[in-house]
Design a protein around this ligand. Structure first.
Ligand SMILES: Cc1cc2nc3c(=O)[nH]c(=O)nc-3n(C[C@H](O)[C@H](O)[C@H](O)COP(=O)(O)OP(=O)(O)OC[C@H]3O[C@@H](n4cnc5c(N)ncnc54)[C@H](O)[C@@H]3O)c2cc1C
Length: 512
């Protein structure tokens, strides 16, 4: 490819979906120049609105939005628990906390004492439509100076040791780095020659909005049947699953006749569909990129992993990728990243992705139309009623059990930092809004302040009392809110300097 004389961006991102936009904000926050190339001309789509665009946000996602001051804007657009789009999840008065293959567990069953470092959050679950999430993120990205070019799909690129030259429609652009956030059928992944492996689909899933002259023929809620599974929310919102090996997905047009036939087959009723207003299909194909980085090209979000929407984790997984990658790539571009920092992105996020893919596969085994699956379902229903089991499922589904393996030490290391409330009324999440690392010192030790000073261009130091210190004396938090080091005792600072070098590179002035 001819190397054109065009502006060189620090990062070119393919895809202005939620992951590409959130990553763009992270990189801009750290001072990088960012160009986002988006294939679609128009960001709006009926599939991004309610009811099909509804996305449940996990605790780490809510925390991340709070840590970047996006939570209020997202909260303003959140769907009320009583809205019709989510009402079928509320058949009882108890507050649902999540589900596994449609088997619900409730907040009052969760033993949060098992999570000693989880402070009660102001918000612990939320559902928002994709259109709103993208619009909040795009507004923020533009306000921060990110350039977004729509109707400009990445077709090809070549990389050298210094940069990546990208061809997108009629344009050629250059970036020091290229990140593919271009969804499950990622062009970036394919051109980079990165493998994509996993398990093939067992079913075609349908999300449809229909008109039913005789809606009483379908019972509201989720139903496992002899031929599949369907969820019905009156008056005409239906999700259903047909175990056809994924054969129908993206092959033939989704017609009214076909949807009626499927609905009859799966529900076992003679229900009639008079009109089809909206329809989309999906499958349980679960594939993951074999590598998240090839030279100067990285992958994040659906470009790196796809799985069925059962359990609704894909968006959360992708936003977690962006939060993990942003500060590491920015430090690499600035030139102050310690060795291996960028590769820790793939190391940390590939294993989280693999766990989520397995979680989605396990749910398929419950909804299969077989006697074995009904037996398994009955056992999970019994187990989920127990406090221990509900707590386990909640930890996985809400993302609270997320922990990176950052080595030995305090049990908080590798986990999301608790949102401590300081005596002055500020919260830890607010102190992370500038995208820098943080030492939070509840005992005001001079040594810790001095150490923080050595990395003062990358780290903030906050000292003082908190309402509930959870037995801790101090902790060091990465820009993505993950605890890199923690101690319970005031005179045990061994490891603090090491953790600083490991995550933030060399100190700027060791004599300071
Ligand atoms: C029915 C359904 C329900 C779901 N429910 C949930 C849920 O409750 N919770 C949850 O966490 N997840 C859920 N998901 C998954 C979630 O929607 C996805 O994981 C998420 O949208 C991935 O975001 P992304 O930015 O990585 O990719 P996408 O949202 O796919 O965005 C990719 C963007 O890249 C653009 N693009 C594509 N090719 C190119 C190219 N060559 N050049 C430039 N741009 C390109 C696309 O136009 C698009 O804008 C659900 C998915 C489905 C299908």
């Amino acid at each position: 490819m001819r190397i054109p004389d065009t502006a060189l961006y620090d990062v070119v991102i393919a895809g202005a979906g939620p992951v590409g936009l959130f990553l763009a904000c992270e990189l801009r926050l750290a001072g990088c120049s960012v160009l986002v190339l988006e294939q679609a001309q128009d960001p709006h789509s009926p599939l991004k609105g309610l009811p099909f665009g509804l996305r449940g946000l996990s605790v780490p996602t809510i925390e991340s939005f709070d840590r970047r001051d996006l939570l209020d804007a997202i909260k303003d657009r959140a769907v009320s628990h009583d809205a019709p789009a989510v009402a079928h999840w509320r058949p009882q008065q108890r507050r649902p906390a999540g589900h596994f293959a449609g088997i619900q567990f409730f907040s009052d069953q969760i033993g949060s004492e098992k999570w000693p470092y989880q402070l009660p959050a102001s918000v612990d679950s939320m559902a928002v439509d994709m259109g709103s999430i993208e619009s909040v993120l795009a507004d923020r990205a533009i306000a921060m100076g990110v350039e977004i070019r729509r109707g400009c799909g990445v077709e090809y690129f070549e990389q050298s040791n210094e940069d990546v030259t990208v061809r997108a429609d009629a344009e050629t652009v250059r970036g020091r780095w290229l990140v593919g956030c271009d969804g499950g059928r990622s062009t970036v992944r394919k051109v980079a020659g990165i493998g994509f492996t996993g398990t093939d689909p067992e079913f075609t899933g349908y999300s449809v909005e229909v008109e039913l002259p005789d809606p009483d023929k379908l019972a509201p809620g989720r139903h496992y049947t002899a031929t599949g599974m369907y969820t019905y929310a009156a008056p005409g919102t239906i999700a259903m699953v047909d175990f056809d090996g994924g054969a129908f997905h993206r092959t033939d047009p989704i017609t009214r006749d076909h949807v009626e036939a499927m609905l009859r087959k799966i529900s076992g009723t003679d229900v009639t569909v008079t009109a089809l207003q909206l329809a989309a299909t999906w499958t349980d194909r679960a594939y993951q990129a074999t590598e998240y980085r090839k030279g100067r090209v990285l992958l994040a979000g659906d470009a790196a992993h796809i799985h069925s929407p059962l359990g609704g984790q894909g968006l959360n997984l992708g936003l977690g990728d962006a939060m993990n990658l942003g500060w590491k790539l920015a430090a690499t571009i600035r030139g102050d990243a310690p060795p291996g920092l960028l590769d820790s992105y793939a190391h940390e996020r590939h294993s989280v992705g693999a766990q989520i893919l397995d979680w989605s596969r396990a749910q398929v085994s419950i909804i299969r139309p077989s006697r074995i699956s009904r037996a398994l379902e009955a056992i999970i229903r019994d187990l989920i009623e127990t406090r221990d089991c509900a707590t386990y499922f909640a930890g996985r589904v809400l993302g609270i059990s997320l922990r990176y393996d950052l080595g030995e030490g305090h049990p908080l290391i590798g986990r999301n930092a608790p949102d401590f409330e300081m005596a002055d009324g500020t919260r830890l999440n607010e102190h992370l809004r500038n995208g820098r690392g943080l030492i939070l010192d509840f005992d005001g030790r001079p040594l810790r302040r001095t150490l923080a000073g050595h990395w003062g261009d990358r780290i903030d130091y906050v000292s003082g009392a908190v309402k509930n210190r959870l037995g801790l004396s101090a902790l060091q938090v990465r820009p993505d809110g993950i605890v890199a080091w923690a101690t319970d005792t005031a005179d045990d600072d061994e490891g603090l300097a090491q953790a600083m070098s490991r995550w933030f590179g060399q100190a700027q002035d060791l004599t300071a």
